[in-house]
Each structure stands twice: as C-alpha cells, then as structure tokens.
Design a protein around this ligand. Structure first.
Ligand SMILES: NC(=O)c1ccc[n+]([C@@H]2O[C@H](COP(=O)([O-])OP(=O)(O)OC[C@H]3O[C@@H](n4cnc5c(N)ncnc54)[C@H](OP(=O)(O)O)[C@@H]3O)[C@@H](O)[C@H]2O)c1
Length: 287
C-alpha cells in the first residue's frame, strides 16, 4: 500500500503521518507540492504511484479566506480539483478532508447528518464545499470526511492558544454561542485509516462524540490543565457573544455533526471529546 499525504506538516497531517508510519508513505507540504499548480501536482502524484491519496492540505485561516476569497478558492476548490485529477490519472483512491463550516448552523439542537443540505456562510466553507463537488464529479472511488474543531499536539489551534495565554497571565474572553464537536487529530487520523481500508466509499462525518461551546471547551481545558499547573485554577474566562467578538468571517452557531454514515455502516466511532480533551491537555507542552 503506497500512500501520499498532502498538508503533511499541518496539524492533522502530522498525525496522519504517524497513523501510516508502517506503510510506504510520502508526506508533502506546500513547498514540495503546491496544489494550486495543476501540472506539478499531477506529476508529483504520478511519480509516487500511490494507491491512496489523503488530501489534508487547505487554506484553513477562516478569516483569511474571507479577506482573500480568491486564495481560498484557488487552494481549497481548484487545489482539490488538481489533487483529484492527479488521483484520476494515477488510479488512486482519494480521501478529502472537509468541514462542519459547510453548514449554516440554523439546525440548532439536532446534529447535522450527511443527508442535510450544506449552505456555507463563509468563503472558507464555500471553497471547501466546492472542493467536495470536484471530488464527487471527478472520481468514482473517494471518501469525503467532514470533521470539526480540530486540536492536535503538533500544530497551532484554539486550545493551545488559550492555554498558552492562560499561562502567560493574559485575559481570556471566549465566544459562548457557537456550538460544535471538538475533535482530537490523534483520534481522527487512525480512524481515517480504518475507514479508508473498508472500500465503503462516500461521505462521512467524523468527529469526537459530544458537543460544547468554545467557552465551555476552554473552561474544561483550563480545569484539566490546573491539575498540572495549580495556579491556573484561579484563572477566569469571560463569555462573549459572536456579535461582541465581531470576526470578519461568519461562523455557524451550531455545527454539530452526527456521524450518521459511520453509525449506519456499523463502523467504529470516535470516543467522547471530553476523554480526548483530557489526554490532549495532559500531554500538551504548555509553558
Ligand atoms: N482546523 C480545523 O479546526 C478543521 C476543522 C474542520 C476541517 N478541517 C480540515 O482538515 C484539514 C486539516 O486541517 P489542519 O487544521 O490540519 O490544517 P493546517 O494545520 O492549517 O494544515 C494545512 C496544511 O495545508 C498546507 N497548504 C496550504 N496551502 C497549500 C498549497 N497551496 N499547497 C499545498 N499545501 C498547502 C499547509 O502547508 P504549508 O504550511 O507548507 O503551507 C498546511 O501545513 C484541512 O483540509 C481543513 O480544511 C480543519
């Protein structure tokens, strides 16, 4: 089994590289393979002759995408088309990583299934959804994996920033009216590998179980961190509304993904986000 991973030095990419450590795996960053360059991408994929390509690379800065939608569509939509064309030419199966931000968040209280209609609010969500459409149009053998609120031990993410700021004594104010499912990349990466071994192609939601707001998540993370660093127990967090925070890109108020196709197929689901959060915070290098 020959595997190629794009975005290999990103947060999820690094855990995917670990999940495939015993396979013949090639990890590429944007320097080795810039997915916006169609011919270069096709050749890089052809040269490795992969059986499977996991396309984790993306322009993931949600506010950056809003400020520069051309870049968002160039990387996330056309870049994904280029990877899909490379897979088509090489006869490789493709896994495409997509996002909860394809939904508008108006289905409050009932998690989104794979059978709900996307309606992205932001340029990031629109460009990732366009990537999904290219994959479906160009390939017969693919998995589209929508996930949400990633945190990993090897990358930049919300929780690392919050805990670092807490350690540095900075004031913490966090949005409390956006709800989603935090997902640990160390859980997601091996689950993607298991899914890719089934041959049950299609669209899958894949997140840790359970849901919370960013504010609740930060409070829970801080409480766990205080077990290691007792001075953090005194730290308070101020809840904010989305309106008060006033970020450039609109975000869905509720983007919990029910892992419905995994359920229906009887495939294993990820553990609770609280359990994963505990492992993440206790292993994180915070100081
Ligand atoms: N982060 C989340 O909360 C979240 C939630 C839902 C879905 N997702 C999806 O999950 C996937 C992984 O996310 P992540 O958080 O691991 O992202 P990440 O840490 O930002 O990593 C993304 C990687 O993509 C690479 N990249 C950017 N532009 C590229 C280009 N033109 N050509 C090739 N590579 C390029 C970057 O490589 P360089 O650094 O070398 O430029 C970066 O290492 C993405 O597809 C994302 O859309 C993420």
């Amino acid at each position: 089994m020959r595997v190629l991973i794009t975005g290999a030095w990103g947060q999820l990419g690094q855990d995917l590289m670990r999940a495939y450590a015993d396979a013949q795996v090639l990890g590429l960053g944007s320097v080795e393979m810039d997915v916006t360059r169609a011919e270069h991408t096709r050749r890089a994929i052809a040269d490795w002759r992969p059986d499977l390509v996991i396309h984790s690379a993306a322009y993931t800065n949600v506010d950056g995408c809003e400020a520069d939608p051309d870049r968002a569509f160039r990387v996330n939509a056309l870049g994904t088309r280029n990877v899909a064309l490379g897979c088509q030419a090489a006869g490789a199966v493709m896994v495409y990583l997509s996002t909860d931000y394809v939904f508008d968040g108006r289905k409050v209280g009932t998690p989104y299934t794979e059978y709900d209609r996307p309606n992205p609010l932001s340029a990031y969500g629109q460009s990732k959804l366009a990537g999904e459409e290219y994959v479906r149009d160009l390939l017969d053998r693919f998995y589209i994996v929508r996930t949400s609120w990633l945190h990993g031990l090897h990358g930049k993410n919300f929780l690392r920033t919050i805990l670092t700021n807490a350690c540095q004594g900075k004031e913490l104010a966090i949005v409390d009216d956006q709800v989603g499912s935090p997902t640990f990349t160390a859980d997601l990466a091996p689950a993607i590998r298991k899914l890719a071994e089934t041959g049950q192609y299609g669209l899958y939601h894949m997140t840790n179980a359970g849901a919370c707001s960013w504010y609740t998540l930060a409070k829970q993370a801080l409480a766990i961190a205080a077990e290691r660093l007792p001075e953090l127990a005194k730290k308070t967090i101020r809840p904010l509304t989305t309106e008060q925070l006033s970020r450039p890109a609109p975000r869905p108020a509720y983007s919990v993904l029910r892992n419905y196709n995994l359920e229906l197929a009887g495939l294993p689901r990820l553990r609770s986000y609280e359990e994963a959060l505990r492992e993440f915070v206790l292993a994180l290098d915070m100081e």
